[in-house]
Write a protein that binds this ligand. Structure first.
Ligand SMILES: *Cc1c(COP(=O)(O)O)cnc(C)c1O
Length: 400
């Protein structure tokens, strides 16, 4: 079969809830992916930062093989020997007392919302069904009905109502709006330290620190969604570390499994996660030994291979190069670590299509931004290689 045959099959038998770049990937290794004709591309999306460790990392592959032939799923009706080890390693790595494992990112966000509400009622003493959570305009936290209930993107909500009440939206990065939005019924402020899907939007310096103070003073849980920004992407293990704060609830997913398997979790203190009693919440696959074994190795290689440090160093190098580009098509180039947004005056899609032809895969986000987020194992030489091609495409398309 040829590429077009696969595309036709997909189009005919699958729901059209995505508009992918037309490259049919067959295999991948490190920062490179290969299409069915064997053409090689540098992956500058890394599956929305789920593949920070690089595609098919050999140590994670080995763990997957070993664990797959031992035991894959016990359900939480029984215990398994991987989950406690993952808990302990997450604690040692992050300092949070406890974790609650789920699978997809959206499930972890849902879990954070449920946790904040329960904490609001049981610990803070908010009256029944009155709890409020503050979120930011431009947010992306996933696709469940509750999560799209507080999206500010009309398309994410259109046709999916009725929606879940109990959320207040403030402008991103606006500390005064946060102050005004907090009332005695507020149980949490849910925020991305940098908004990824919105186009790598970085809030004003100090915003997170001030938000953290404000939350502490008002007994509001600060919940950072680091599903995309976490695990090295921004040049720190977690993006909140850029402001020297610690959130009350940390939400992780994506690269927690190095892209092998959906594994997500929320991390928090004993006071917060202590609100759960057996039966309150759960997931058949959450905390399964396969996912836990994979996550343990994915975290180990991230640290052992110094991917967080690489992200800081090579990200700064890449950003500086991209910021040196001059073109009437460019509005702004911004980023942190190996997470760079190239904001254009026009649509980003044609640039992504042209970059594909040059052997670079990236995806536009919110129409005008090209997101550059390669696996954190990318080398300086590969960055130079990518830069030359990006410069060429911007120069070429920027003229028309
Ligand atoms: C991807 C993402 C999610 C949702 O994760 P899924 O695994 O797709 O459900 C939530 N929050 C952020 C910030 C994300 O980038």
């Amino acid at each position: 079969m040829r590429a077009q045959d696969y595309i036709d099959l997909e189009s005919r038998y699958g729901a059209h809830n995505y508009r992918p770049i037309d490259v049919v990937i067959e295999r991948a290794e490190g920062v490179w992916v290969y299409d069915i004709e064997g053409k090689r591309y540098l992956d500058c999306l890394a599956a929305y930062s789920a593949v920070n460790q690089g595609h098919c990392h050999p140590k994670i592959v080995q763990t997957l093989h070993e664990q797959a032939s031992k035991v894959t799923l016990t359900s939480r009706a029984f215990r398994n020997e991987q989950l406690p080890l993952l808990y302990k390693e997450l604690h040692d790595l992050t300092g949070f007392d406890m974790a609650l494992p789920m699978n997809s990112g959206a499930e972890a966000v849902e879990t954070a919302i449920k946790t904040a509400r329960k904490w609001g009622y049981k610990v803070k003493g908010i009256s029944r069904d009155a709890a409020e959570i503050i979120v930011c305009a431009g947010n992306f936290h996933g696709r469940t009905v509750t999560i799209v209930s507080f999206s500010s993107d009309e398309q994410y909500r259109d046709g999916f109502g009725p929606f879940t009440p109990g959320f207040k939206i403030i402008p991103y990065g606006d500390i005064e709006a946060l102050r005004d939005a907090i009332n005695p019924n507020t149980c949490a402020f849910l925020v991305e330290p940098i908004q990824g899907e919105a186009g790598i939007v970085i809030p004003p310096g100090g915003f997170l620190r001030e938000a953290s103070d404000l939350c502490r003073r008002n007994r509001v849980l600060l919940m950072t969604d680091e599903i995309q920004s976490g695990l090295g992407r921004t040049g720190k293990l977690f993006a909140y570390m850029h402001e020297g704060i610690t959130p009350d609830v940390l939400i992780v997913g994506k690269a927690l499994s190095g892209g092998f398997y959906p594994v997500s979790a929320i991390l928090a203190s004993r006071e917060i996660l202590g609100v759960y009693r057996p039966g309150d919440h759960g997931s058949t696959f959450g905390g399964n030994p396969m996912g836990c074994a994979i996550a343990r190795t994915a975290l180990r290689v991230l640290i052992e291979e110094k991917m967080v440090e690489r992200s800081a160093e090579l990200g700064a190098y890449f950003l500086k190069k991209l910021q040196s580009l001059r073109s009437p098509a460019l509005k702004e180039v911004r980023g942190r670590g190996l997470w760079i947004g190239i904001e254009l005056n026009g649509l980003a899609r044609p640039y992504c299509e042209a970059l594909k032809e040059e052997g670079i895969l990236c995806k536009e986000t919110h129409d005008h931004v090209i997101r550059i987020a390669p696996p954190l194992i990318i080398t300086r030489e590969e960055i130079d290689w990518a830069f030359d091609r990006i410069a060429k495409v911007i120069e070429k398309l920027g003229k028309d």
